[in-house]
Design a protein around this ligand. Structure first.
Ligand code: ATP
Length: 262
């Protein structure tokens, strides 16, 4: 995959903690049990951090708070030294979000969508056009860039969603189940893109229900259940620590149980 198309982030800076989530709580209006309940985790610069959990564990809620779409009931989120709740405008320049629900205008082309989002990020002129071309190429969309999104396949839409999220070369890329419902080719391209972004110094938070993806891709994972983290570590260490587990899916089922979560 053409990683040379990426604008490299300054990777000479020492490894540090880019995101600190502390004692985060979210109680939705009318709910009795918090969706996020005392969540604590730290993401290090340059890693792919997997946020895993069964349906309803609180992953999207946590991501929505980190990305300033939702206010927490209590607790703090610090991104690159900025409190995201008190400084949402600064935070929005630092992260890129590819949400679970596609955030694209269906009646615009991919290029028009990227131009719209690029302007929101303050990019203009040649810098914007150049970056759009780079991101379209990365996502394998150069040849179809001028077709409307509503003519795209599911995989093309997901890839456009990712291109929009990295347009402004964010410090932190947040992906909420980016590989749902796409074919093996698009999935492979997305995963290769993410490795390329990491190699260029970007930090990534990644949620997925596909444990083999997380095992292959993530430097560290956190397993969430009922709003809290119940285990964290590298996939390899978690697998080694848990008796009878030979892969991350075994670890996940061991930790969260086999009962259905509806
Ligand atoms: P999934 O894997 O299914 O996407 P998730 O781990 O992302 O699940 P959330 O979507 O964060 O989990 O949901 C956590 C809990 O909060 C669930 O019980 C859900 O029903 C509840 N919830 C989510 N959004 C709202 C809302 N807007 N109002 C009330 N409750 C909500």
């Amino acid at each position: 995959m053409p990683t040379d198309h990426l604008t490299p982030i300054d990777s000479s800076s020492p490894p540090d903690d880019i995101l600190k989530v502390r004692n985060l709580v979210k109680l939705y209006r009318g709910a009795v049990i918090p969706a996020v309940n005392g969540l604590d985790f730290t993401v290090r610069r340059g890693e792919i951090y997997g946020l895993l959990g069964p349906n309803g564990a609180g992953k999207t809620t946590a991501i929505s708070i980190i990305c300033t779409l939702l206010r927490p009931t209590s607790g703090t989120v610090n991104l690159c030294g900025h409190d995201v709740v008190n400084n949402p405008a600064i935070a929005r320049t630092l992260f890129g979000l590819a949400p679970q629900e596609l955030a694209l205008y269906p009646n615009l082309t991919a290029r028009e969508n990227l131009r719209y989002f690029g302007r929101l990020y303050g990019l203009t002129g040649r810098a914007l056009s150049g970056r759009i071309d780079q991101c379209l190429a990365l996502a394998g969309l150069s040849d179809s860039a001028d077709s409307r999104i509503d003519t795209y396949s599911g995989g093309m839409k997901r890839r456009t969603n990712l291109a929009a999220a990295v347009l402004h070369t964010p410090q932190l890329l947040v992906l909420d189940e980016p590989t749902v419902g796409i074919d093996a080719q698009s999935r492979n391209m997305l995963l290769e893109n993410l490795k390329g972004f990491r190699d260029a110094g970007m930090t990534i938070i990644y949620t997925t229900h596909y444990m083999e993806e997380a095992q292959q891709l993530c430097n560290r994972v956190a397993v969430m259940d009922r709003g809290s983290i119940i285990a964290t570590g590298t996939p390899g260490v978690l697998i080694d620590q848990m008796e009878g587990c030979s892969n991350l899916e075994d670890v996940f089922l061991h930790l969260t149980g086999k009962q259905l979560r509806d």
